[in-house]
Design a protein around this ligand. Structure first.
Ligand code: ADP
Ligand code: MG
Ligand code: ZN
Length: 617
C-alpha cells in the first residue's frame, strides 16, 4: 500500500516537471531578445540609442530607443555594477536619459532558472527513493510493524445499512441500540448511563457477523476500523499489542467510531488453556485489548464489536461486564430468513417472472447467508453461461447442489460396473428413505458425481427441523445405511463408497446415546463433556465423566442402534427388490431423477424381475 501511494506521488512529480519545462520554454521564447555584447551596448548608450537597461544579476536587458520591441541582451562581468561600467566608459545615464532598473533575483524567470538547474537532481533523487521503497516493499511489514493494518472502509464510512442484512431481525433490533449510542451519546450520558464498550457477535461462519457490524457503522454514519484476530499473530512478540494500541488510537481520534475485531478467538482464547500452548504473543495482544477497553472513559464513544464462532473458548476476562458484555447471537436463518436473504441478493439480478424464491428457501435448510449469496451468484453465472437473459428456477435449483456438493463432474470416467454400483447404492438410500415413515421425503437422486461424491440422494424435511425425535433419528440412520444395504443385497459385497455414510451413522448413533439420552434405557443423562458446541460441527476433545463399564455399555448401545437400522434397511430393500432394480435402471439410463418423475417412479408398479436383473445374492 505504501509503495503504491508513493508510485502515485512519483507520477505527479513527473507531470509537474513536464509542465514546468513546457512553461519555461514558452516563457523564455516569449521575450525574443537578441544576444549581443557589452561593447555594442556601451557604444549604443553613448549615442543615446538606449532608453532603458534592466539589470537582472549579470544579465542586461536593453531596450533600444528606436525599436523598443526588439530587446537586446548582454552579459556583464559578475560583481561589477552597471553604474561603474557606464562611468568607466564616460557615460552618465541621466545625461543620456537611460533609465536603469535593477531586479533583485527572485523574478519569475530566475525561479525557473534555479528549478531547472536542480531538476535533474530532484529527478534522480525521486528515482532513487522510488527504487528504495520498491526494494523495501517485501519486508515493509518488518519496518512498519508497529502500525496497525486496520483499514478504514469506503471513505471512512461503510455504505452498508440494515436494509442489506436480511433474516436476522432480532439481532438487528439488539444492535439498533448500539446505533443510537453512537448517534446520540448525550441522551444516554445525561442520564448517567454507561455506554457499552463491547459487543460480541457469535454465530457460525457466513451468518453475517461482519456484514452486520459494518451495517451498524453504516446506520450510525461512523467510521469502521476492522482488524482480524489472526492478523495479530505475527512475527515478533509485542507487535500484536502495538497494533492494538495503534488501532484504538486511530479509532479514538475518529470517534464516534467502531472497532471491529474479527475472529477474536484467535487471540482471545482462554489464557492458560493447554490448546495451542501458552502463546506469549496472543496473551499480550489480548491484554492490550483489555487495557484499551478499560482505558475508555465515559465520554469515549468508541464501540468495539468482536466476532467469533467459538464463544466457548474465549477467555472469561473478555466477557465480564465493562468489556464484551453484550452478546448478539446469529443463527443459521430459518425458511423465512432464507427467503429474505435470497431476495436481498437477487436484487439487481433479473429473475424469470415465475421464479418463486420460497421454493429455493424451502430446499436450502442449513444454508448460511453466505451460502445463499453464493447460490444466487452461481445461478447468475450459470444463466450467463447458458446465454440466457434472465435467471430461471432451473439455474437456482442447480446451484443448490453446486453449493453443497461442488460442481458436476460429468467428465469423470467411471466404468459401467461402477455406474451400476452407484445406481444401486443411491437407489437404496432413496427407496429406504421413501418407505420409512419418519425419514425426510426424497427430493432428488443422482449418479452424476459432484465434488467428492460419486452420487447423491437429496431428502428434505417438509419444514425445518428444530429437534429430532428418536424415530426420526432411527429412520435417518436406516436411510443412511440403505446405500450399503443395497450393495450387499445386489452384489453380495460392499465397496468403499459407503464410508462417508458410515461415519455419519456412527456419529448419529453415538450422539443418540451420549447426548440425547436415547439409548436402550432412555436414561435422561449425557455422557462425556465436550469442549465445543454442536453447531460448529466439530468436536475437539471429550472428557470422560463415566466409568469403563459405562463406556462398554455405550458402545453396546451404539452397536445395537446401528444393527437395528441396518436390519430395517435390508428388510425393506429385500421386500421391494423389484422397485430397487427399477430405480437403479432408471438412474443408469437417465442419471438424475427428481420432482414429478421421481414421484411417478416411486408410485408406479415395478415391472417384474426378469432374468437380466441382478438377482439378490
Ligand atoms: P461472517 O462474518 O459471519 O462469517 P459475513 O458477514 O462475512 O459472515 O457474510 C458473508 C456474506 O454473506 C455477506 O457479505 C453477505 O453477502 C452474505 N450474508 C450473510 N448473512 C447475510 C444476511 N443475513 N443477509 C444478507 N446477506 C448475508
Ligand atoms: Mg466474517
Ligand atoms: Zn451413500
Amino acid at each position: 500500500m505504501g509503495s503504491k501511494r508513493f508510485g502515485n506521488a512519483f507520477i505527479y512529480l513527473i507531470i509537474f516537471v513536464a509542465v514546468i519545462a513546457i512553461f519555461f520554454t514558452l516563457f523564455s521564447s516569449g521575450d525574443s531578445a537578441e544576444e549581443t555584447d557589452l561593447t555594442t551596448i556601451l557604444s549604443m548608450a553613448k549615442t543615446e540609442q538606449i532608453s532603458k537597461i534592466v539589470v537582472d544579476r549579470d544579465r542586461l536587458l536593453v531596450t533600444p530607443r528606436t525599436t523598443p520591441d526588439r530587446l537586446l541582451v548582454a552579459t556583464k562581468e559578475p560583481g561589477t555594477s552597471i553604474f561603474d561600467i557606464l562611468a568607466a566608459a564616460g557615460i552618465d545615464p541621466a545625461e543620456k536619459s537611460i533609465q536603469i532598473e535593477v531586479k533583485t533575483s527572485g523574478g519569475l524567470g530566475s525561479v525557473f532558472g534555479v528549478l531547472i538547474q536542480f531538476l535533474p537532481l530532484i529527478f534522480f533523487g525521486a528515482i532513487l527513493l522510488f527504487m528504495m521503497r520498491q526494494a523495501q516493499g517485501s519486508n515493509n511489514q518488518t519496518l512498519g510493524f508497529g502500525k496497525s493494518k486496520a483499514r478504514v472502509f469506503s471513505g471512512n464510512r461503510p455504505t452498508v445499512t440494515f436494509g442489506d442484512v436480511a433474516g436476522i431481525d432480532e439481532s438487528k433490533a439488539e444492535l439498533q441500540e448500539i446505533v443510537e449510542f453512537l448517534k446520540y451519546p448525550e441522551r444516554f450520558l445525561s442520564l448517567g448511563a454507561h455506554i457499552p464498550k463491547g459487543v460480541l457477535m457469535v454465530g457460525p461462519p457466513g451468518t453475517g457477523k461482519t456484514l452486520l457490524s459494518r451495517a451498524v457503522a453504516g446506520e450510525a454514519g461512523v467510521p469502521f476500523f476492522s482488524i482480524s484476530g489472526s492478523e495479530f499473530v505475527e512475527m515478533f512478540v509485542g507487535v500484536g499489542a502495538a497494533r492494538v494500541r495503534d488501532l484504538f488510537d486511530q479509532a479514538k481520534r475518529n470517534a464516534p467510531a467502531i472497532v471491529f475485531v474479527d475472529e477474536i478467538d484467535a487471540v482471545g482464547r482462554h489464557r492458560g488453556a493447554g490448546l495451542g500452548g501458552g502463546h506469549d504473543e496472543r496473551e499480550q495482544t489480548l491484554n492490550q485489548i483489555l487495557v484499551e477497553m478499560d482505558g475508555f472513559d465515559t465520554s469515549t464513544n468508541v464501540i468495539v464489536i468482536a466476532a467469533t464462532n467459538r464463544p466457548d473458548i474465549l477467555d472469561p476476562a473478555l466477557l465480564r461486564p465493562g468489556r464484551f458484555d453484550r452478546r448478539v447471537v446469529l443463527d443459521l436463518p430459518d425458511i423465512n430468513g432464507r427467503a429474505a436473504i435470497l431476495k436481498v441478493h437477487s436484487t439487481g439480478k433479473p429473475l424469470d417472472d415465475d421464479v418463486d424464491l420460497d421454493v429455493v428457501a424451502h430446499q436450502t435448510p442449513g444454508f448460511s447467508g453466505a451460502d445463499l449469496a453464493n447460490l444466487v451468484n452461481e445461478a447468475a453465472i450459470l444463466a450467463a453461461r447458458r446465454e440466457k437473459k434472465t435467471v430461471g428456477i432451473d439455474e437456482l435449483l442447480e446451484s443448490i447442489d453446486r453449493v453443497t456438493l461442488g460442481p458436476e463432474r460429468r467428465s469423470r470416467v467411471i466404468s459401467q460396473h461402477e455406474k451400476e454400483i452407484v445406481a444401486y447404492h443411491e437407489g437404496g438410500h432413496a427407496l429406504v428413505g421413501h418407505l420409512l415413515e419418519h425419514a425426510d421425503p426424497v427430493q432428488k437422486i443422482s449418479i452424476v458425481s459432484r465434488g467428492m461424491a460419486a452420487g447423491y440422494t437429496k431428502s428434505m424435511p417438509i419444514e425445518d427441523h428444530l429437534f429430532y425425535s428418536k424415530p426420526q433419528l432411527m429412520d435417518r440412520i436406516a436411510m443412511a445405511l440403505g446405500g450399503r444395504a443395497a450393495e450387499e443385497i445386489t452384489f453380495g459385497q460392499v465397496t468403499t463408497g459407503a464410508s462417508n455414510d458410515l461415519e455419519q451413522v456412527t456419529q448419529m448413533a453415538r450422539a443418540m446415546v451420549t447426548r440425547y439420552g436415547m439409548g436402550a434405557e432412555d436414561l435422561p443423562r449425557t455422557f462425556g463433556k465436550r469442549d465445543d458446541l454442536i453447531f460448529l460441527g466439530r468436536e475437539i476433545a471429550e472428557q470422560r465423566d463415566y466409568s469403563e463399564k459405562v463406556a462398554q455399555d455405550i458402545d453396546d448401545q451404539v452397536k445395537s442402534i446401528i444393527e437395528d437400522a441396518h436390519t430395517t434397511a435390508k428388510r425393506l430393500l429385500t421386500e421391494q427388490y423389484a422397485k430397487l432394480v427399477q430405480i437403479a435402471r432408471h438412474l443408469i439410463a437417465h442419471e438424475t431423477v427428481e420432482g414429478r418423475d421421481l414421484e411417478k417412479l416411486f408410485g408406479s408398479d415395478a415391472p417384474p424381475l426378469d432374468h437380466t436383473a441382478l438377482a439378490p445374492a
